[in-house]
Design a protein around this ligand. Structure first.
Ligand code: NDP
Length: 286
């Protein structure tokens, strides 16, 4: 029997509907969530992501403030902008679109974002809170993955979860979130020699390597839940995930597609974090 397809767009729409209501209630109290987006240079993929995030803000009633900087901007000017936005009242959350053009120090800029406005959740305070099991802003993509599992009523407790990828943006925080939900977690990366065997023993397999089709059917146990985080543009121009969808869907019990899987969830969770930020700053986080 072919797997159940996890419809990320539908789940994300449900989350956004809830947020629309929450934002309307906040507005009656004079609280308007605002997201500042810093975009340096004109990388086409980044521009697309930023446009999509700003459109979602508009649909939900979140103010968005766009700061487009030229690729030639200095580190000092970038840091000055972050500092200004940290102190700007109408800005609840700050998003620094990555990657930054060469020459700019991403970590230094990210670390300057106020922990109360770190809606991407990549800063040291946010990640520290996550590791201490007291998260405030959970990184959006891993959070989206957890919401997908929850909406399919897949409880990670006692399951073997395998995460392929160990970045700060996806792999590491996702592993911690699965651990918080009592999964037994294995993290794989480019130096893992027996990737196939490890993946084949997973109950929940999350692919976040950024390698088109790296997860093939022979690496997936029958009945496994497969979440594909990867976004890869192949030579034909088509966008595909890390999972060989057509063959793996015949073995898995649940599978998320690309596009229409984790992508929409990431944006929904960014909006969720922006609303939390607005409430923190208004002193109304309960
Ligand atoms: P990174 O390039 O930062 O990390 C990739 C990770 O995969 C690294 O840990 C790397 O190992 C590991 N890896 C690479 N090749 C292999 C391999 N052959 N076998 C095992 N592990 C491997 O990417 P990100 O974490 O930022 O993103 C991962 C993917 O997710 C990308 O396709 C990205 O586009 C996508 N993405 C999707 C989002 C969404 O909203 N759906 C949001 C963010 C990212 P090592 O550490 O050893 O180098």
């Amino acid at each position: 029997l072919a797997a159940q397809i996890i419809d990320g767009k539908k789940i994300a729409d449900g989350i956004k509907d809830g947020l629309t209501h929450e934002i309307a209630v906040l507005k009656t109290k004079g609280i308007i969530p605002g997201l500042a987006v810093i975009m340096v240079g004109d990388d086409p993929a980044s521009k697309k992501y930023v446009a999509s995030k700003e459109k979602t803000c508009a649909n939900l009633g979140i103010s968005s403030f766009h700061y487009g900087l030229p690729a030639t901007v200095s580190q000092k000017e970038l840091l000055e902008l972050v500092d200004k936005l940290n102190n700007e009242k109408k800005v609840s959350g700050i998003l620094l679109q990555l990657p930054l053009p060469g020459g700019l120090k991403e970590k230094e800029a990210m670390n300057l974002i106020s922990p109360d406005k770190d809606v991407d959740g990549f800063g040291p305070v946010s990640l520290g809170r996550l590791i201490m099991d007291e998260p405030v802003f959970i990184p959006c993509t891993p959070h989206g993955v957890m919401k997908m599992l929850e909406s399919c009523e897949i409880d990670p407790a006692g399951k073997h979860a395998v995460v392929v990828g160990r970045s700060i943006i996806v792999g590491k925080p996702l592993s911690l979130l699965l651990l918080r939900k009592n999964a037994t977690v294995t993290i794989c990366h480019s130096r893992t020699p027996n990737l196939k065997e490890i993946c084949a023993s997973a109950d929940i397999l999350c692919a976040a390597a950024g390698r088109a089709g790296i997860i093939t059917a022979d690496m997936v146990r029958k009945g496994c839940t497969v979440i594909d985080v990867g976004i890869n543009i192949i030579s034909s121009g088509k966008i595909v995930g890390d999972v060989d969808f057509e063959s793996v869907k015949e073995k898995a019990s649940f599978i998320s597609p690309v596009p229409g899987g984790v992508g929409p969830m990431t944006i929904a969770m960014l909006m969720h974090n922006t609303v939390i930020a607005a409430r923190i700053q208004a002193g109304s986080l309960t």
